[in-house]
Ligand binder design. Structure first.
Ligand SMILES: Nc1ncnc2c1ncn2[C@@H]1O[C@H](COP(=O)(O)OP(=O)(O)OP(=O)(O)O)[C@@H](O)[C@H]1O
Ligand SMILES: Nc1ncnc2c1ncn2[C@@H]1O[C@H](COP(=O)(O)OP(=O)(O)OP(=O)(O)O)[C@@H](O)[C@H]1O
Ligand SMILES: [Mg+2]
Ligand SMILES: [Mg+2]
Lengths: 248, 248
């Protein structure tokens, strides 16, 4: 049974792409067959692993999805994003639940056989995020240790509940991971306490520290686990992978 | 003649809201009459000044826009965002250029009389950003000093050119501002050099340093200029306001 994770938060720059790439690398290292799906028109998950975006998105052209999946030297297969403005407009204007359902069924059918799938979403709650929620059975929400973070989280959970109520299969669980935690700032401790108090066990025990190796890794087209395996950032995502693996 | 600025970048978390609020505060301090417009369904610009989002968006209900504008103690008027899921779905599904044009004309008509208008956009290139581009005569693009930043900038400028070619009046100019610059990181210097080499005079001379006072200011519902006027972050945005004022 494939475990499909949607990495989503409409707040921008909170570490969605970094979390999707790092968890995919963590699970691939543990020997599982992993697919990373780039659903963001910015194609950061695709660039972040030194791959090129597709010129047209298979969801729009009807081409078999298998044909556009690319392999990486890190044991991660990638379904690249597409920057094609026309395709993006079409994918983001799909509003009827029936069409989103058709897109989702196609994705499920054509990506059978992977152990773990990680979907990187754009910073919005539009159709791309909604169809990725419909396709997955688990959601991971990265949240920055900053003031605006709490504001968005309540709204994000409301959207997830709303989208999930439209589909037949239940969402198994959602997990919140605190990212870019800078322990030298008082605010970090305050936000962490707030989030844990309000959301309890939904929040992973593992938190991700602020670490410059993340931006260095992406400029080298690698996950932090493959670029700097002994860094604090890499160790935190390996710990998070184990915590996610345990939560069944 | 009102100068209307659109603060846009589809990359998330680069400092759009912080730039919109800080410039609005800078211009208000210089004595101009300022309107801050929150076009982002996350309503960060509204929360960031301790205001409440509107329950329904006047662009959807047809209510006069003047009725929902709120005053702040800092000389900035704010047109708040709306979190209403139905309104957001409607505003983000407006795809025909004629409808975007109608929305834009209404906004221009009903906000006459301000000296400066700053529009905070969501992290996307969808209809909300497109109508805000259509309404403004100038664009400011915040860019983080990080690897993914350059990737998105080229794409963002392509979109601006594409949207602008659909409207009658020309965009006067676009400016790129480098945000969250941490001089202790080698990467910051490399990205800055890259961006200035590639985009030349489009890039403002003023850069914004990483400063914890920004997140502290937003948790107190104030702009950094009103919360910590002598901080490095506040001084940088005052400098940027002067540079923007000079560029006519
Ligand atoms: N723990 C961390 N420490 C330091 N930098 C980080 C960390 N996590 C991510 N970053 C950096 O912060 C920036 C934003 O992260 P990322 O692009 O993963 O966020 P995102 O939520 O995917 O953004 P978007 O909303 O645009 O999709 C990137 O440049 C990334 O390298
Ligand atoms: N120069 C800076 N130094 C340190 N922190 C900053 C700086 N500018 C912004 N921030 C903080 O970084 C976070 C992201 O900034 P902001 O919300 O303004 O970005 P945004 O582009 O508007 O995000 P979104 O894409 O979600 O709309 C906020 O918590 C903000 O307080
Ligand atoms: Mg991303
Ligand atoms: Mg914002």
């Amino acid at each position: 049974m494939t475990r499909t994770f949607c990495i989503a938060n409409q707040k921008g720059g909170v570490g969605k792409t970094t979390t999707a790439i790092s968890l995919a690398a963590g699970f691939a290292r543990a020997g599982s067959s992993v697919l990373l799906v780039d659903f963001d028109p910015q194609c950061n998950a695709t660039n972040g692993l030194c791959l090129l975006p597709s010129s047209r998105h298979p969801l729009v052209t009807g081409e078999p999805i298998r044909h556009t999946i690319q392999k990486t030297p890190y044991g991660i297969d990638v379904l690249p994003g597409s920057r094609n403005f026309g395709d993006v407009e079409r994918l983001t204007s799909v509003r009827e639940p029936r069409k989103i359902e058709q897109m989702t069924l196609r994705l499920m059918r054509e990506t059978r056989g992977y152990d773990h799938i990680f979907i990187d979403c754009p910073p919005s709650v539009g159709p791309l995020t909604q169809s990725s929620l419909a396709w997955s059975n688990e959601v991971i929400i990265p949240v920055q240790c900053e003031y605006f973070a709490m504001e968005g989280l309540v709204q994000m959970l409301e959207v997830i509940v709303k989208v999930m109520s439209r589909r037949s299969k239940a969402l198994e669980y959602a997990g919140v991971v605190l990212t870019m935690c800078d322990r030298s700032l008082e605010l970090t401790g305050e936000v962490e306490e707030d989030v844990r108090e309000k959301f309890g066990d939904v929040v992973f025990r593992t938190t991700i520290p602020r670490d410059v190796s993340f931006t260095e890794a992406s400029s080298h087209g690698k996950s932090i686990i493959d670029y700097a395996p002994r860094s604090r950032g890499a160790r935190a995502y390996i710990e998070l992978s184990l915590e996610v693996l345990d939560r069944v």
